[in-house]
Design a protein around this ligand. Structure first.
Ligand SMILES: [Zn+2]
Length: 325
């Protein structure tokens, strides 16, 4: 493992420095600048039950999101679906049953223009691990879900060559159950997924540099180069969008399978996990009811959402401003 740790900083070196070659599409920088910290904060408050969401005109609170929690997770799924619909996206709920659990995934789709049969997925898991009645799961993983929702809101204002799927999974904490069913469905449909960006825990930064890990399979894997291309898109965007002070991206070639991206790896699709520095600066409160809003590093979190939204835009191939309907 030591050699991987040594190599990682080399791979994370900025590809384009100021004044040097920068292939990033200009619209990608526009997209990054449209991530507003107040919008992000409101979504995080709503997903964690600190602020009401409105359902059938009545205020309600998302108090918990365990896959077996019933009503609160249903509320979270409905709330998120309404956010996608408000962005003008086609919304689908896909029911799943696996390993004794049953729930739904939420998928919103933004059709591509010239390469509509090529898909970029931006994913996060909506469920939490803690079974407590009050389980905010702010970092794990309301943070990733807020990133997907904000990205959908912003990117739906633009055209892209490729089709973008925004996905919120359930059953992640039981072993990527919802995402496994979804990746099976994509594989069976012959869906040409050219990249999956999975955001899981992107709001904790306490010690040391603000490391953002981009996890690929190991470099002996036959599909490593495809994962690396996705990871490089993220690191390039961080530099070209001027996020290099807020984020220190580190490409991590460990093949860590601890989240939903592994469901896509297992079915032969390129994917990366984007996460905080779980090895050197891990969130000690994750999987407990103490994973709260108060512990969020807002500067780091906002920068991570900017980087991810811009990365999805870059990978999808920006075409122009107004969406084509
Ligand atoms: Zn977790």
């Amino acid at each position: 493992m030591a050699w991987i740790a040594l190599l990682a900083p080399l791979l994370a070196a900025p590809i384009a420095r100021a004044g040097e070659y920068d292939a990033t599409h200009p619209l990608v920088k526009v997209v990054a600048s449209q991530v507003r910290s107040n919008e992000l904060a409101q979504l995080l408050r709503q997903l964690t039950g600190a602020e009401a969401v409105s359902t059938n005109g009545k205020p309600a609170f998302i108090t918990a999101r365990h896959t077996t929690s019933g009503k609160p997770l249903r509320l979270a799924l409905n709330f998120a679906g309404e956010q996608f619909a408000a962005a003008g996206l086609a919304v689908e709920y896909h029911g799943w049953s696996r390993a004794g659990y049953t729930n739904r995934n939420l998928i919103a789709t933004q059709p591509g223009t010239t390469r509509a049969n090529e898909y970029i997925w931006f994913t996060a898991h909506l469920d939490v691990r803690s079974l407590e009645a009050r389980a905010p799961g702010a970092d794990d993983n309301a943070s990733g879900c807020a990133a997907v929702l904000v990205a959908a809101k912003i990117l739906s204002r633009f055209n892209f060559e490729r089709t973008i799927r925004y996905a919120l999974f359930t059953g992640e904490e039981q072993g990527g159950l919802g995402s496994a069913v979804e990746a099976d469905r994509a594989r069976a449909a012959g869906e040409n997924i050219v990249g999956v960006i999975n955001a899981d825990m992107i709001a904790w930064d306490k010690r040391g540099p603000p490391v953002l890990r981009i996890v690929t399979r190991t470099n002996s894997h036959p599909q490593f180069a495809q994962d690396l291309a996705l990871a490089a898109a993220v690191t390039n965007v961080i530099q070209s969008c001027g996020l290099g002070r807020e984020l220190s991206p580190v490409i991590t070639m460990t093949g860590n399978e601890a989240s939903d991206h592994a469901s896509f790896w297992e079915r032969g699709y390129p994917a990366v996990l984007v996460s905080e520095d779980f090895t050197r600066d891990g969130n000690p409160f994750y999987h407990t009811p103490k994973d709260t809003l108060a512990r969020v590093n807002w500067r780091y979190f906002t920068a991570a959402v900017r980087a991810l939204t811009a990365s999805v835009a870059e990978l999808a191939g920006p075409v122009g401003r107004s969406p084509i309907r």
